[in-house]
Ligand binder design. Structure first.
Ligand code: ZN
Length: 154
């Protein structure tokens, strides 16, 4: 079974599809997963949430995703620009980014994973275990804490 088949099964992003998984480097120590927008999808404005016509693309961005068998996985995608009738030209909204920090190279799925481990291990141990940085763990915990504060009454 292909890695992209598993990803498309467990992580559904409306309007986006995991197209191809490949080694990111010659050492075969990291995996890149190429993401594509579905052909019939129109980009969503990241500022107001409205759909608009596409207006070119940004350069390719890389987003850390859950490791597979201990191998770091990165989502690779060139975000589209939206010609939004309300906001002008904006970058599209990406469903895998952190809700309050969309410029972070961390996916929300991976942030939750790291934040849960950071409850059991120190932040440094979490970073070392998952071959990431202390600051990435800090961002993940910060997202989880903000979510917890916003949902305190539950
Ligand atoms: Zn807009």
């Amino acid at each position: 079974m292909l890695l992209t088949t598993i990803l498309n099964h467990v992580q559904k992003f409306k309007s986006f599809v995991f197209k191809k998984a490949q080694w990111a480097n010659a050492e075969k120590s990291e995996i890149d997963v190429l993401v594509e927008a579905r052909a019939n999808s129109r980009p969503i404005c990241s500022q107001c949430g409205r759909v608009g016509p596409r207006h070119g693309r940004q350069t390719v961005r890389r987003f850390s995703y859950l490791p597979v068998w201990g191998i770091p996985v990165t989502l690779v995608y060139a975000p589209r620009r939206v010609n939004c009738s309300w906001c002008g030209i904006r970058v599209e909204s990406l469903p895998w980014t952190l809700p309050e920090n969309p410029k972070s190279p961390l996916t929300e799925t991976y942030a939750w994973y790291l934040a849960r481990w950071a409850q059991r291990l120190s932040w440094l141990e979490t970073a070392q275990t998952f071959r990431t940085t202390w600051d990435t763990v800090r961002q993940a915990v910060s997202m989880a804490v903000r979510w917890g504060l916003a949902h305190r009454d539950r």
